[in-house]
Design a protein around this ligand. Structure first.
Ligand SMILES: [Fe+2]
Length: 333
């Protein structure tokens, strides 16, 4: 039996709220030249109090409610001339200063939900990452691809400290490429399958973004390893999720493991929906309760290709302390 198909909840900013945001954003962008500057990140949860009240309540409700697995804050205007051309590679965006305001706003939204963090093994350890098409990657199973369907998954499923929430901020999407989304709230899992999926029987391999060949600087990290894990965890009545079928090693599954996982995959396939992000949209997904992916599109490499910013958000940064250099270091090794 299919339950109601959950779609992201949307809050659209009104003109007064946009003015309110612009009122402090200019000042913050003047003071902090980069949104990933340590001092700004450290104070972001305080600056987040400057956001309009309706936005703060909306994001706080999203943070606490497990009946809503994705939300969008819509309506912040993006001036395409002001942000400039989509860079041809994520490594170039560290020198692009034209999106500081948008990145600051994105970090403030995120800071109502939790603390942002990144991985040393991805995009050279950048905290606020760029999702844009890279020439030559078109057909890869990688966020810099375009013509390839990005198969649905929970973010960083193979990582011990997978983020509770994932954030995307849309700068450009002329292609109207659809992000895909489905919540575990929309599906039914029977007790037999649930029991198996709650056991640590499934192997998830690192996805391509964390491989050394997809970083550009020589780093001291070692290539991440596959993990043996349960697909479901937490409450039996409202389980959390860790799943990435494309990167799961399914060669050693028993027939009952295969049946349970196949069933879960089929259920998600029935309820997955498209979310076409618009410029200015901040899209947040509960990464413990929902899966996401992306439909194919054609990149033109003309400076106006799809361009998103991405952050990972932890509810409790302390749990990854052993893997970070200092208490305020936001990069997990
Ligand atoms: Fe993803």
């Amino acid at each position: 039996m299919i339950k109601t198909i959950e779609k992201p909840v949307i809050l659209t900013l009104n003109p007064d709220e946009i003015d309110e945001i612009n009122g402090f954003l200019e000042k913050l962008a003047e003071r902090y030249k980069k949104a990933d500057e340590d001092q700004f990140i450290r104070n972001a949860s305080i600056y987040a109090h400057l956001l309009p009240e309706r936005v703060k309540f909306f994001l706080n409700e999203f943070r606490l409610s497990e009946d809503k697995s994705a939300c969008v804050i819509r309506g912040y205007p993006i001036d395409n001339n002001e942000i400039g051309l989509t860079p041809s590679h994520w490594k170039e965006s560290s020198v692009v200063k034209s999106t500081v305001k948008q990145e600051i706003l994105f970090v403030l939204y995120s800071s109502i939900i939790g603390d942002i963090f990144g991985w040393s093994t991805e995009q050279d350890g950048k905290l606020i990452q760029d999702i844009l098409p890279i020439k030559g990657d078109e057909k890869k199973q990688l966020n810099s691809a375009s013509e390839e369907l990005i198969c649905w998954h929970t973010e960083d499923s193979f990582q011990t400290y997978a983020p509770e929430f994932l954030g995307l901020f849309c700068l450009k999407n002329f292609e109207k490429a659809a992000t895909t989304f489905a919540s575990i709230n929309s599906i039914e899992i029977n007790d037999k399958h649930k029991k198996i999926l709650f056991e640590k029987r499934f192997i998830i391999k690192p996805d391509n973004a964390h491989q050394i060949q997809n970083n550009t600087i020589v780093n001291d990290f070692s290539t991440p390893k596959a993990i043996k894990t349960s697909v479901l965890f937490g409450s039996k009545d409202a389980p959390y999720l860790r799943i990435d079928p494309y990167f799961m090693d399914r060669t050693q599954e028993t027939s009952d493991e295969k049946e349970a996982l196949d069933h879960l995959i089929e259920e998600f396939n029935k309820v997955i929906v498209d979310v076409v992000l618009q410029p200015g949209d901040a899209f947040f997904v509960d990464n413990f309760r929902a899966i996401h992916g992306r439909k194919p599109f054609y990149a033109k490499y003309n400076g106006d290709d799809r361009w998103l910013k991405r952050v990972r958000i932890a509810r409790d940064l302390r749990k990854s302390r052993s893997q970070r250099n200092s208490e305020n270091d936001r990069i997990i090794k």
